[in-house]
Design a protein around this ligand. Structure first.
Ligand code: ADP
Length: 450
């Protein structure tokens, strides 16, 4: 096992990784920018190295500086967290060159999943079910339009380089196609510098169900069940839960096996998430694979009783997976709510300011708070304005949901506008209590939520 690792991230995920490393007796090195000089993750780590000015481009995204910091402190491995350098193939390659272990998959797996169309090509060959659509190289308007006309409307145009919900556009009829394509291409070009598009059948009421997978370097692979992330705003997750309500054992096994097939098709190692759309008729389709630890991993930790960061560290150090598939099971139900500094009543405008008063609910075997801030800290303009993740567990969904509502009601934050009331309304809205979920949930139940 490593004796020292560097965490190339900030905020809650940096703190989260440090906690497990410390439990395992591993020393930690934090990195930080100007804005984070006095932040919690710097405080918690055994050492901290300054990277540069506050904008991520000048600090957290500077792969070479991060590697230099690892070498200087004698860290043997780098945990990238999520975001920043976590899915950057160039960085992964650089680590390899410098003999530092990247705690994540091999570079080839990152590259294979970096393009949505390349990923779909691979999955098609591996016989993983795909959303019907076109993901070819011929990008002429005629070919794209014919694909859409043939499969029937509505369709969804997606930038192959896309992420974070950007570069996506629905088209509802043949007449609107050319205009929709031009707009989607413009957005893709400006966001990703690449306007290659794929066309997919637009499912009108799907659920977003994703499978947590893990592979080691010895050919072992398991899935740690599913998360339902259907509650989204602008294709971004708001509340996640595990297991997915109403999931049959057969469907769970079928999706789990498909996810493992996806991972194995790209020679995966470490923690990964295979995202599927689950249609009303029970069909499921591969959407993409995220080659990192996800924000919502704690709900899986709660129901499986496993520490996924510990698993990551063990696999990266060359150990076998800690458990076999038949040793894993689901216990109870968990929810995660993402607490953001944002104004739900003003188009979710990100908010900034000082956390003058901060009193989260008490942590227990039922309530977990993953955060990177303390009372008195600043929510700045430089980074994602997430304040904390509130994760709750109980023996069944109803009880867990009551825990969530209670914990949200108890959460006290002054000084910065937050989305806590919005999350509370969502968690207590009758349709959510009934688990009547699909990706259009928030739009459909606006009247109950806002
Ligand atoms: P990104 O990489 O930008 O996050 P994804 O491909 O992961 O994009 O899709 C994000 C979300 O968009 C999904 O969770 C789902 O809500 C919606 N979505 C994606 N593809 C489809 C589709 N074919 N039909 C309906 N909704 C879709």
């Amino acid at each position: 096992m490593f004796t020292k690792i560097l965490i190339a991230n900030r905020g809650e995920i940096a703190c989260r990784v440090i906690k497990t490393a410390r439990q395992m007796g591993i020393l930690t090195v934090a990195v930080y920018s100007d804005a984070d000089a006095d932040s919690l993750h710097v405080n918690m780590a055994d050492e901290a190295i300054y990277l540069g000015p506050s904008p991520s481009r000048e600090s957290y995204l500077l792969g070479e500086k991060v590697i230099e910091a690892a070498k200087r402190t004698g860290a043997q491995a780098i945990h990238p967290g999520y975001g920043f350098l976590s899915e950057n193939a160039e960085f992964c390659r650089l680590c390899e060159k410098e003999n530092i272990i990247f705690i994540g998959p091999p570079v080839g797996a990152i590259e294979a999943m970096g393009s949505k169309s390349a990923a779909k090509n691979i999955m098609e060959k591996a016989k993983v079910p795909l959303v019907p659509g076109y993901h070819g190289d011929d990008q002429s308007t005629e070919v794209l339009k014919k694909a859409a006309d043939d499969m029937g409307y509505p369709v969804l145009l997606k930038a192959t380089a896309g992420g974070g919900g950007k570069g996506m556009r629905q088209v509802w009829s043949s007449e609107e196609f050319n205009e929709g394509l031009a707009a989607a291409k413009r957005e893709a070009k400006s966001s990703f510098g690449d306007d290659t598009m794929l066309v997919e059948k637009y499912l009108t009421q799907p659920r977003h169900v994703e499978i947590q997978v893990f592979c080691d370097n010895h050919g072992n692979a398991v899935y740690l069940f599913e998360r339902d992330c259907s509650v989204q705003r602008r294709h971004q997750k708001v509340i996640e839960e595990a297991p997915a309500p109403g999931m049959s054992e057969d469907l769970r096994a079928a999706m789990g096996e498909s996810a493992i097939k996806s991972a194995q098709a790209i020679g995966y190692q470490g923690a990964g998430t295979v995202e599927f759309l689950l249609d009303v008729d029970g069909s499921f389709y591969f959407m993409e694979m995220n080659t990192r630890l996800q924000v919502e991993h704690p709900v899986t930790e709660f129901i499986s009783g496993q520490d996924l960061v510990e698993w990551q560290l063990r696999v990266a150090a060359g150990e076998n997976l800690p458990k076999r598939q038949d040793e894993l099971g689901i216990k109870g139900h968990a929810f995660e709510a993402r607490i953001y500094a944002e104004d739900a009543n003003n188009d979710f405008l990100p908010a900034t300011g000082t956390l003058d008063f901060l009193q989260p609910p008490l942590e227990s075997e039922h309530v977990r708070i993953d955060t990177g801030v303390r009372q008195g800290d600043e929510v700045s303009v430089f980074y994602d304005p997430m304040i904390a993740k509130l994760i709750v567990w109980d023996e069944n969904r109803d009880k867990a949901l009551q825990r969530l509502a209670k914990a949200l009601a108890e959460y006290r934050i002054n000084g910065v506008v937050t989305n806590i009331d919005f999350l509370y309304n969502l968690a207590t809205c009758p349709a959510f209590v009934k688990a009547d979920l699909d990706t259009g949930f928030i739009d459909k139940h606006q009247a109950d939520i806002f």
